[in-house]
Design a protein around this ligand. Sequence first.
Ligand code: F6R
Length: 610
Amino acid sequence: MCGIMGYIGAKETQKVLTKGLGKLEYRGYDSIGIALHDGTALQYNKTEGRLQDLEEKLEQEPLTGSVGIGHTRWATHGKPSDENSHPHMDAKKEFAVVHNGIIENYLEIKRDLEEAGYTFVSETDTEVISHLFSRLYDGDMVSTIQKVVDRLEGAYALGVVSQHDPDNLYAVREASPLIIGAGDGEALISSDIPALLEHTRDIYILEDGEMAILSEENVKLLETNTGKEVSRDLFTVDWDMEQAEKNGFDHFMLKEIFEQPTALQKTMTGRLDENAKRVDFDELNWTDVQISQWNKITIVACGTAYHAGLIGKHVIEEMTRIPVDVEVASEFRYRRPIVDENTLVIVVSQSGETADTLAALRQSQHLGANVLAITNVVGSSIAREADEVILTMAGPEIAVASTKAYTTQVLSFYLLGIYLAQSKKSVSQEYREKLIDTLSHIPEQIEEILDHSKGIRYYSESIKDAKSVFFIGRGLDYAVSLEGSLKLKEISYIHSEAYAAGELKHGTLALIEEGTPMVSLITQDEVSEKMLANIKEVKARGAKVLGIAEEGNLDIWEYVDETCFIPQTLSLVTPLLNVIPLQLIAYYTSLALGNDVDKPRNLAKSVTVE
Ligand code: F6R
């Protein structure tokens, strides 16, 4: 999704902007640009392509000035092109605007402006904003912003620099994330924290309906509608840049896969008490009475977070016997979901900004449900709007393909399941203790898998030319297969499907031919015999099977072509382990194909539009 960067201060603005945009590359983009006020006029440089393309252009025509804005664009209205790239200017070049989000009524505004004689040079919705500034400017930037915003419907985060007021940088937020960095003699705006860390750790999170005026001396937050000043506490970022850099790994994705033992440990710390054999969530404010009133739990999320929710369903149902539905947020929000004050809705989102998940959260609250968010980003829209929040402690996840966020989400569901079971007394103390003990060993067991991952690399290289790769499993293994398949397709671009193994006979077997790679998860004790029967079926049709099973399950040798063993654990907890080889298969296959592993085509890290 688009990324915004803005700077005012004494440093070299062009460099601050391009470096900051580099830190936002992970969000996915197809074009990039910056605009600076050079003390006399607004100047810009923008291009279709990547940061390097912009830097090459800037080498020929560098921009100077002490205030500027920049943008990485992920095309929504109009193809990727130089003209459609941001910043957008009005005809008189008095206003430069960068925008993240979608202006829903832009066609109507465009028609009005065209009738009034304004001409457009791009196909974007954003360009209407720069012309609106020009048309509505009344000598005062705050009241002009109010007039402009009054015309806009939709989601937007804006960065604006004006020829009339080059000593200030303006930011506006409505339903699209934007943060402000308050430095010493400088101030910045950005779509995400990593882009600011080199300059400051002191951050204001701009809320919907607010604008900010940034100068070298200070940052002022205002309610956009009224212009009334808002007081807001500074939020100090406590993780460092090192965590957001590659740290010697070739790709962020690989680094993040290897960070999972630490991320899981951090997510457990302070919550899972091994001595008392309890789970405590100090951050949750529920009472036992409230918990006892929920007759249904609904989990809503998108993509990988949805897959974590599928594990959550198994775990919570097992631990509490409360029925749990899991739904994709983009479906949930457009039907009439059966959710009320006796429902707990759990929204899961790494970024905390996914538009559909946020909409599902709001809809659920409107229907009277209590909403718990499981999210990785403090201060994100979802974290702020949910009634209760469990933060996954994954740290910044930069690769588009989610890995450590997924496992920390899954772990949060185990912790939550135990927590709810403590309150409802729905499982025996002995079982809870066993589960707590098992979870506490997961980080070291993941280390073990990572230490022996060479075989997975060879396997991945062997499937890189496959037309299709299938993943099968039963129960929790099926839920993990869905995640393995998504991971593979998003970064290797190989067609892939995941199937509940018992469903194969109902259609999918027709697709199996000589040599079709089939990744089979066989870690659910209760159905492992059934899985072996399914593997026989696919082998008989020529599939080449990789079996993923627990150490000691030597029976599988005679059924599969290749094996990958994971350490033994409880059947309920295997998802935390058996997803690791699947993440590695996706990574190494993508690598073998020479793809851009961290920034797969057509995808963005944070999906802030529907
Ligand atoms: C896949 C992936 C996506 C996200 C999805 C939701 O690897 O990362 O499927 O899981 O876009 O994003 P969040 O969790 O930020 O709401």
